[in-house]
Design a protein around this ligand. Structure first.
Ligand code: HAM
Length: 419
C-alpha cells in the first residue's frame, strides 16, 4: 500500500473513468444553462454561522457532519456542506435581489459532509445545482424540476422516479407542527427523539428504525393540512409537470435533510443504488433569505449528485463521455522526425484536434502500443528518412492501413479523416 491515501470517503476520478464524471457534470450544467441559469463560482468555505442559520441547527448536516475549523485568524469557518446558503449570501451581499427577478443561478463543485462513508456516500461529494430566487410562481417550481429531469434524461438515465410533496407555508405549517407534536408526544420516545420532536418534529418521520416507522405510520402528514394558498400552489405545480410530461409520484412522507424547505419539495430516487438512492433533490425555501438578513424573497432550487448519477448510469449499464485521450497519436522515430512531428502536433491542436505524442525514444513497437492505448484513431508515423523525403505515414489504427502523405498536406488530411 502506498504511504499516502486519499482521505477516507473521498473518491479519486482518474482516466479513463473520469470521462464519465466530466460528462455527467457538464451534461447536467448544460441543461441548466439552456434554461437561462447563469454560472456562479462561490467560496468552498464560508463563515460557520451562515450554515448553522441557513441549513438549520437541528439537521444532521449541521449538528454532526460539518468540516468546521478555526483559521489562523481564529475565525470559525466551514467547508460548504451544500450550495444554497452560500448562493443566498452572495445574492444578498451583491444586491442581485434588487435587480431583475427571478435571479437564476447555477453551479457545480465539491461539497463536504462528515458522513459515514459507504457506496455512494462520500465525504467530498459533487453537485450540480440551480437556484431561482425572488419569484413565488408555481410555474418556476415546475421549471426547476423539469430542468433536473431533463438533465438526467439527457445522459440517457431513465431508471429513476421523481417524488414530490408540499411542506406547506407560514399559514399552515405552524398548526401542522403542533398537530404532529401532539401525535408524537403521545408515543414512548427516547430522549434524543423527544428533543428532535421539539426542535423539528418532521424529522422524526424520517426515523429509519422499524419500531419508529410503525409507531409513526399513522402520523398526520402536511399534505392533508395545507392552507388553501399552499394547496393551490402545489396543484398548479403538478398541473405544469403534467403538461411538461414530467412523471412524478406524490410522497407525503418525504423528509429532506435540510431545514429551509417550504411548499414544493422533491427528490429524484434511483433504485439501482442501494441505500444511497437519492440522486438529486431540492425545493422551495421561502424564508431563507430573510433568515440570512436579506429581504423577504422566495426561492427554489435543486442539487443533483454527480457521483451518484455516475453510479446510477453504471447500474443501468450505460456509458457517457469519451474515454479516449486523443484523436491522433504521433510516433516520431529519430531526431529530425521528433521536431517535425511535434510541429505538426502543434498545428493540429491549433485546429482543435486532440494530439498526443510518443516520448522517450522507445522504438516503433513500444510507440505503436502507446498509440493503441491512447484511444487515437490515427497515428502519424515518421522516421528521419521520411522527413527528408517530405512525407509522414498516416496509419488508420482501426484497420491498420498506412499511407504516405506529404508533410504540407497532413493537417488537412487528418481533419478530413476525422470529420
Ligand atoms: P441534498 O439533498 O442534501 O440537497 O443533496 C443533493 C444531492 O447531493 C443528493 O440528492 C445526493 O445525490 C447528493 N449527495 C448528498 N450527500 C451526498 C454524499 N454524502 N455522497 C454523495 N452524494 C451526496 C442539497 O444539498 C440542497 N442544497 C439542494 C437544493 C438546492 N435545494 C434547494 N436548492
Amino acid at each position: 500500500m502506498s504511504e499516502f491515501q486519499a482521505p477516507k470517503g473521498v473518491p479519486d476520478y482518474l482516466p479513463p473513468e473520469s470521462a464519465e464524471f466530466v460528462a455527467v457534470r457538464d451534461g447536467l450544467l448544460r441543461t441548466a444553462r439552456l434554461a437561462g441559469y447563469g454560472d456562479v463560482e462561490l467560496p468552498i468555505f464560508e463563515d460557520t454561522a451562515l450554515f448553522a442559520r441557513g441549513v438549520g441547527e437541528s439537521t444532521d448536516v449541521v449538528s454532526k457532519e460539518m468540516y468546521t475549523f478555526a483559521d489562523r485568524g481564529e475565525r470559525s469557518v466551514t467547508l460548504r456542506p451544500e450550495g444554497t446558503a452560500g448562493v443566498m449570501r452572495a445574492v444578498i451581499e451583491h444586491g442581485l435581489d434588487r435587480g431583475a427577478l427571478p435571479v437564476k443561478l447555477c453551479y457545480a463543485g465539491p461539497f463536504f459532509r462528515y458522513e459515514r462513508p459507504q457506496a455512494g456516500r462520500y465525504r467530498q461529494l459533487q453537485q450540480v445545482g440551480v437556484e431561482a430566487i425572488g419569484v413565488d410562481d408555481p410555474a418556476l417550481d415546475a421549471e426547476v424540476i423539469a430542468v433536473a429531469d431533463a438533465g438526467f434524461r439527457s445522459l440517457g438515465l431513465d431508471g429513476f422516479r421523481l417524488e414530490i410533496t408540499s411542506l406547506g407555508d407560514d399559514t399552515c405549517r405552524p398548526q401542522y407542527r403542533e398537530l404532529l407534536q401532539e401525535f408524537l408526544f403521545k408515543l414512548d420516545l427516547d430522549e434524543e427523539t423527544r428533543t428532535r420532536a421539539e426542535i423539528n418534529p418532521l424529522r422524526v418521520l424520517d426515523d429509519k428504525r422499524p419500531a419508529m416507522r410503525e409507531a409513526t405510520a399513522d402520523a398526520p402528514v402536511m399534505l392533508d393540512h395545507l392552507s388553501d394558498g399552499a394547496k393551490q400552489h402545489f396543484d398548479t405545480v403538478l398541473a405544469h409537470l403534467d403538461a411538461l410530461g414530467v412523471r412524478y409520484v406524490v410522497n407525503p412522507r418525504m423528509v429532506r435533510g435540510l431545514d429551509y424547505y417550504t411548499k414544493t419539495t422533491f427528490e429524484f430516487v434511483h433504485d439501482g443504488l442501494g441505500a444511497q438512492s437519492g440522486i438529486g433533490g431540492g425545493g422551495r425555501y421561502d424564508g431563507l433569505m430573510r433568515q440570512l438578513g436579506g429581504q423577504d424573497l422566495s426561492g427554489i432550487g435543486f442539487g443533483l449528485g454527480v457521483d451518484r448519477t455516475v453510479l446510477a448510469l453504471r447500474a443501468e449499464g450505460k456509458t457517457v463521455g469519451n474515454p479516449s485521450r486523443c484523436d491522433v497519436f504521433g510516433v516520431p522515430l529519430g531526431e529530425q522526425a521528433k521536431l517535425v512531428v511535434a510541429t505538426l502536433a502543434a498545428a493540429l491542436r491549433a485546429e482543435g484536434v486532440r494530439v498526443d505524442l510518443a516520448y522517450g525514444d522507445r522504438g516503433l513497437k513500444g510507440a505503436m502500443r502507446a498509440a493503441d492505448r491512447s484511444g487515437a484513431r490515427i497515428a502519424v508515423v515518421a522516421g528521419d528518412r521520411d522527413i527528408e523525403a517530405g512525407t509522414v505515414g498516416v496509419k488508420d489504427l482501426a484497420t491498420g492501413t498506412q499511407v504516405d502523405i506529404s508533410v504540407d498536406s497532413l493537417v488537412a488530411e487528418v481533419i478530413t479523416r476525422l470529420a
